[in-house]
Design a protein around this ligand. Structure first.
Ligand code: NAD
Length: 455
């Protein structure tokens, strides 16, 4: 299959269009490797994974350039975020495995119960295109560190760094069959992994629709499933926030990686008393953001990952206009001069005047598009923030400690960042909550009374 550089719209490599026969070969190899790998002394396993971490770090520039070429993101971003985090994933789980402990429960001096944690077998890992190596390794590293073998599929849209990783795993001395990387499409390779009877664990990150399809197949097979799906995250700005910090971080939470991060805050709610001030400061900074050639360090935004995704984002901007949205800045595709003139670029776009429950504010766009919505009270903003099917992440800006914790607890969100964004500690759990339209939430109101509301 052709692999396209989205910043120039040119094909720069081909990848195999694998199918279920390749998955079967990978499963056979993993089965053969499992006994040796799962019984290897943990220190030895850990050392091997640390060697992979070191090789990723040593080849930072090469990995970053490959990630940028494949995905369209700026090289500087891949160097600062994607690749260091991929190395950190191996480092973290390699060392964590050395410190695993289990609880014991003594029964009145008659018996001691203990939990024995053992590798399950072969883990199936399927990842998306937005943070290709970062997310791919976040699945693979813990599975390997705990003694499982892996059959893994990167996104067919961004396969290159997974291919590079496979080369460095061989260089590190990872035994054959322990990690099997298969390139190909979701319907052919992904679904063959999900439905394979000898792969009892599936770790998937990607779209909500794909997650539902994977559940449909894997659930009746009683597989262990981890599904990291979409987001439509609220970014709540209270009037008592540290204003400059809120504005500058909101620029990052809106437009980093072209807005193609599941944790981006695409719905910005601003308390009415500072709405105009925030809007003015935010828009002036957005107008200063440069978009274009991912190799140019001065560009904050690079290319959108593919033509279909580029068209999807532009179609959502049209939907926003039809819904009555007012485009404050951006809203159009960009044709940079020079080598990137045929690439897929979209201006960072800010829209206001939309109801909280319109499509633009409810559906995941996954691009450089955010909306601004004013609010008056905590209750009102919680109702709007919690009104989507998604519950992945949220951001709250306030200097009032009590309010920060109260609002964080009432948000339907797997993660709430208070006065910051995307600070990630691998020791904390990660994941979204809910996929349901109605949920009751009780929260403390200004008058000190607890109320309950259906969202
Ligand atoms: P996608 O669901 O289209 O694809 C993800 C992966 O699944 C790809 O490797 C794809 O080939 C594979 N796939 C597709 N159909 C499949 C099937 N039927 N069976 C098995 N595998 C299949 O998602 P995408 O467009 O690559 O990624 C964007 C989405 O990922 C967004 O919705 C974003 O929010 C989400 N995402 C979530 C997180 C998170 O941690 N929650 C992180 C990053 C991205």
């Amino acid at each position: 299959m052709d692999n396209t550089d989205p910043s120039t719209n040119t094909v720069f490599s081909q990848i195999p269009d694998s199918d279920e026969r390749d998955v079967q070969m990978a499963v056979n190899a993993a089965k053969q490797a499992f006994v040796g790998w799962s019984t290897m002394p943990v220190k030895k396993r850990s050392d091997l994974l640390l060697r992979i971490a070191a090789l990723i770090e040593k080849n930072l520039q090469r990995f970053a350039e490959a990630e940028s070429l494949d995905n369209g993101k700026p090289v500087w971003l891949a160097k600062q975020v994607d690749i260091p985090r991929a190395s950190a994933n191996f480092h973290f789980y390699a060392t964590a495995a050395l410190h695993l402990a289990a609880e014991t429960h003594a029964m009145e001096n008659t018996a001691i119960n203990y939990t024995l944690r053992q590798p399950i077998g072969i883990a199936g890992c399927i990842s998306p295109w937005n943070l290709p190596l970062y997310l791919f390794t976040w699945k693979i590293a813990p599975a390997l560190a705990s003694g499982n073998c892996v059959v893994a599929k990167p996104s067919e849209i961004t396969p290159v760094t997974a291919f590079l990783l496979s080369q460095f795993c061989i260089e590190a001395g990872l035994p054959a069959g322990v990690l099997n990387i298969i390139h190909g499409t979701g319907p052919r390779v992904g679904s063959a992994i999900v439905s394979h009877p000898d792969i009892p664990v599936i770790s998937f990150t990607g779209g909500t629709k794909t997650g539902a399809e994977i559940s449909r197949i894997a659930a009746p097979m009683f597989k262990k499933l981890s599904l990291e799906l979409g987001g439509k995250n609220p970014n709540i700005i209270f009037e008592d926030c540290d204003f400059d910090h809120a504005v500058s971080t909101s620029i990052k939470s809106s437009f980093s990686n072209q807005g193609e991060i599941c944790l981006c805050g695409s719905r910005i709610f601003i308390q009415r008393s500072i709405y105009d001030k925030f809007k003015e400061a935010f828009i002036s900074k957005v107008k200063g953001l440069k978009t274009g050639d991912p190799k140019d360090e001065s560009n904050f935004l690079g290319a959108i990952v593919s033509q279909p995704h580029f068209e999807k984002i532009l179609s959502y901007i049209d939907i926003a206009k039809q819904e009555g949205g007012v485009i404050l800045t951006g809203g159009k595709a960009i044709q940079p001069e020079g080598r990137c003139k045929d690439g897929f670029f979209i201006e960072p776009t800010v829209i206001e005047n939309l109801p909280y429950n319109c499509r633009t504010n409810q559906e995941e766009i996954f691009g450089p598009v955010v909306t601004l919505t004013p609010f008056d009270t905590e209750e009102e903003v919680l109702m709007m923030a919690n009104s989507t099917n998604y519950g992945l992440a949220a951001t709250v800006w306030t200097t009032n400690l009590t309010k920060a914790h109260k609002v964080a607890a009432a948000l339907h969100s797997g993660i709430v960042w208070i006065n910051c964004w995307l600070l990630r500690d691998l020791r904390t759990p990660f994941g979204g909550v809910k996929h349901r339209r109605h949920r009751y939430c009780s929260f403390l109101c200004h008058d000190g009374k607890r109320r309950s509301q259906k969202f």
